[in-house]
Design a protein around this ligand. Structure first.
Ligand SMILES: [Zn+2]
Length: 582
């Protein structure tokens, strides 16, 4: 059994998250974690909100709200959506609320400085004399030097997407007070990525051993890494801001310097591991996840986060050398980066009204159907999208008609014909091509999940249900039961026993995707359910589920996936179009 530390990108506590985020960095991680746990691995799943940075301070200031309450609001709202999706972290904290974060981030900075991997220099940045503060990044608006767009930001042009050197911005204006800023000297610190590349990162990526972690990474990550390594430059890691992790004491006498949010945020994975470990009674346990070379570090992210998780954070980890008690920190073992997930042909956008109302969605539809649909349409190799019609099809034609239908017809048949008990099997219908086909499909699911191929895993589950329905249809137990032949009667009993045995297996294989429905299914098979609800179990295609003891009492048939009718879907689409203000 292996040890896994799984992380999902820290969502920015600056607004709501939507299904697109969930499909990218959170739900696949939750499915992966549930599967690993059922397979007996030791897993820790860490996430929390990213709570520093200009985007937060600026918006809180514009709303006239203090940073703390502003962050709490979004932290809670984001957590609520994860809860609705049944995404279960071992810890969900935040970079400003985690008691270990500030010190850990400062130590990271200090270690890099001590190892000669951080340089400082004085440069000129825009400063508002009216407000008496520097205006980093989005605090500044002006004309884009590339395209002439007049509302470009200090860090990026929203029109042409160019990264902007703030000193090149035309007609710069302070966004907080409308004043014309002046250039003023200020000292900043830079992460020396070229040097870290020369001292280790380059070699790590040049390792062509087939077993080296990066050799298995997806093409979207691999391509990005190769392009970046060709032209690595220093990156600023400090800012003049009133909100952030202050520079460690003794580094400078100048006040108002904080760590740049991109630098402190990924350290949140470590500080929140410490917070989790403290809650387990021993904070030092964090080392077993970050310094144990046998622990596999897996980062689930969206594609916009690849450079930080594949290059910058590994550089920060490598640059720590053996500063943490003489031991190095682990580098990522896997980086499943997902593409974007859209809504009915366009990007999700809360501000332009193109989104799903999370609260009303879960009042009407089940988390399991949403989870399964998002995984079946997972943006794992290319951009993908949520459509209401697609969701209806998944729920009605796939989950209800294939999976739910098989369960209900078996349980109802047993209730009516076998006194709601498992009938005695003579094994006469064990050997069957449809069941063999189901075995093959069931046996492939785990491997697909491990490989981050969630679409294939979901499809395999449905294929197994197809095979099971075929088995039922081909043998037509409803005819056999009415036959005068004892042979036919025995056959009928054998078929139903097999179906119940496979329902037990089905409940476990569907569990990472649809945990609630899986538990319902186990209730439906009552005493016939094995004791192994949380155990993935034998995965070889050549082994069929064990014989279920005759006479075991079954539960009650229950609709797991209520159908969604056409009118309801039409109303949802109408509502979406009506809320669109773009
Ligand atoms: Zn532009």
């Amino acid at each position: 059994m292996a040890k896994y530390l799984v992380t999902s990108a820290l969502p920015y506590a600056n607004g709501p998250i939507h299904f697109g985020h969930v499909a990218g960095a959170y739900l696949p991680a939750d499915v992966y974690v549930r599967y690993l746990r059922m397979s007996g691995h030791d897993v820790l799943y860490v996430c929390g909100t990213d709570e520093y940075g200009v985007a937060i301070t600026l918006k809180a200031e514009q709303e006239g709200v203090e940073y703390g309450p502003y962050l709490d609001r979004w932290h809670q709202e984001i957590k609520a959506l994860f809860d609705q999706f049944k995404i279960e972290f071992d810890i969900f904290s935040g970079t400003a609320r985690c008691p270990y974060h500030q010190e850990t981030a400062q130590t990271f900075f200090k270690n890099l400085l001590d190892c000669g991997l951080v340089n400082d220099r004085v440069e000129r940045q825009w400063y508002s004399e009216e407000s008496g503060r520097f205006l980093p990044d989005r605090y500044l608006t002006g004309t884009c030097p590339e395209c002439g767009h007049t509302e470009a930001r200090g860090d990026e042009c929203p029109s042409c997407g160019t990264w902007i050197d703030a000193s090149a911005l035309g007609n710069p204006t302070s966004l907080i007070d409308g004043s014309k800023p002046v250039l003023k000297e200020t000292r900043h610190w830079y992460l020396d990525l070229p040097r870290i590349q020369a001292e280790g990162l380059g070699g790590w990526y040049a390792n062509e051993d087939e077993n080296h972690p990066h050799k298995k990474w997806k093409p979207n990550v691999d391509g990005h890494v190769k392009a970046m390594l060709k032209d690595l430059r220093e990156r600023p890691i400090t800012r003049d801001l009133p909100w952030g992790v202050p520079l460690p004491e003794g580094v400078t006498d100048e006040s108002g310097k904080v760590l740049y949010v991109w630098f402190d945020a990924p350290i949140g994975y470590i500080s929140q591991t410490m917070e989790w470990a403290e809650k387990q009674g021993d904070v030092e346990q964090w080392r077993d996840w970050w310094q144990n070379p046998d622990c596999r570090l897996v980062h689930f992210i969206g594609k916009d986060n690849i450079s930080f998780h594949a290059i910058v954070f590994p550089a920060m980890l490598l640059g720590q050398k053996d500063s943490w008690n003489g031991k190095e920190l682990n580098l990522p073992w896997s980086i499943p980066a997902h593409e974007f997930y859209n809504l009915q042909g366009r990007k999700f956008s809360t501000s332009s009204g193109w989104y799903l109302d999370n609260k009303s969605f879960f009042e009407k539809y089940s988390a399991d159907a949403a989870r399964f649909h998002l995984m079946l349409t997972s943006p794992e190799t290319s951009d993908s999208e949520f459509t209401w019609e697609g969701f209806q099809t998944t729920n009605n034609s796939l989950l209800a008609d294939k999976l739910g239908n098989f369960a209900i017809r078996v349980i109802k048949f047993a209730a009516k014909r076998f006194e709601n008990k498992v009938p005695d099997s003579n094994g006469s219908c064990d050997d069957d091509p449809s069941l063999k086909q189901a075995d093959v499909s069931f046996a492939s699911i785990g491997g697909y999940i491990e490989n981050n191929e969630y679409r294939k895993a979901a499809q395999a589950l449905l294929a197994a249900c197809d095979s099971l329905n075929q088995y039922f249809d081909n043998h037509a137990p409803w005819k056999l039961i009415k036959s005068d032949s004892e042979d036919d009667q025995a056959k009928c009993a054998s078929i139903i026993e097999r179906c119940i045995a496979y329902l037990d297996l089905l409940s476990r294989r569907m569990s990472p995707f649809c945990p609630t429905a899986a538990a319902n299914l186990r209730q439906m098979i009552g005493q016939a359910a094995s004791d192994e609800a949380d155990i993935w179990g034998d995965e070889s295609a050549s082994s069929a589920p064990a014989r279920v003891a005759a006479g075991a009492e079954l539960g009650e048939a229950e609709v797991m996936f209520p159908k969604i009718d056409d009118d309801q879907i039409a109303a949802e689409i109408e509502r979406l179009l009506a809320s669109d203000i773009a």
